[in-house]
Design a protein around this ligand. Sequence first.
Ligand code: ADP
Ligand code: MG
Length: 341
Amino acid sequence: MTYDEFSLIRRWTSRSAGQTGDGLSVGIGDDAAVFSLPADREVVACCDAMVETVHFLKETMNPSDIGYKAVISNISDVAAMGGIPKYALISIAVSPNWTAEECQQIYDGIYAACEAYGVRVIGGDTVSSPAALSLSVTVMGEVEKGRALLRSAAKPGQLVFVTGHVGGSAAGLDLLLQTAKTGEAVEEMWQPLVAFHQRPVAQVAAGRILAASANPGALNDVSDGLASELWEISEASGVCLRIEAELIPVAETTRMYASHKGKDPLHWALYGGEDYQLAGTIEAVEEERIGALFAQQGIPFTVIGRVEAGGPSVVMNRNSRWEPVAKAGFNHFGKADARKG
Ligand code: ADP
Ligand code: MG
């Protein structure tokens, strides 16, 4: 590494300079970071990579949005385990079509997401790449010992729920791909869709409410679409999930945009992904108590179906007809389902 690269990294990560305390004994600047957790906690660790042209395009995502979303997708994975996100490591491979200024903006987005969730950047790696930028983020968090929420915990008799709204990110991508092509500005009324796509919210508080439950069910985050996440729960738990199409929470703006484009908003909800909501199961007797706790936090909470014995399968009641839900995620740029990688 040349001195130039060194000073670049120092500039990108200046907001981490000298950061120690609260479990962190060594931050950025040495060979590796050193931290400890309270004795009653376990580490929750996850990693997600985003590659230019496979996971994002410069035309639909500003550099800061790319950094922001890469961090959120990891924080969302920690949330889906019922954990508290704490630390992030950033590995960036920079190609010649990216300027130092754009990389600084990627870091601005990284820090904006980290600071919003109390996460500290404690290290990373910087390399060059011949053609496309790639950004890989690792987030580590903590959860009370033995209390991580698993995909395998769904049981017959439980209810299936989802937080927030789904399908909005795919609607936003549809809009942004169109405006990138035509050069038009995004109309004011569709701005919420841009935010759904570029600045998703991770449901950490929701995950914590569920982790505190005495008899928790299964949990997953909606990164690849509701269909794919429910299938993962169904397969890991060996159960059948039966959901009601008309209960799936789709935001009003998403519905209006879908109708404007002659598209099915439910398709975006099921197969779009990147909404970073939580989908899972709870005991039926917990519905009211958990619903009230979510309401206190201002997090929409919607029961969309129930768990039955059998399966693995996911079926949906639409217009009084039960149909199978395909085990598929949306495919953004017409390539093989690379996001599943
Ligand atoms: P080494 O050669 O020992 O791997 P580096 O020169 O790669 O060390 O990194 C020096 C310090 O800067 C380390 O603390 C490392 O974690 C941090 N670092 C390097 N690249 C990045 C990056 N892209 N983002 C955040 N921290 C980074
Ligand atoms: Mg290194």
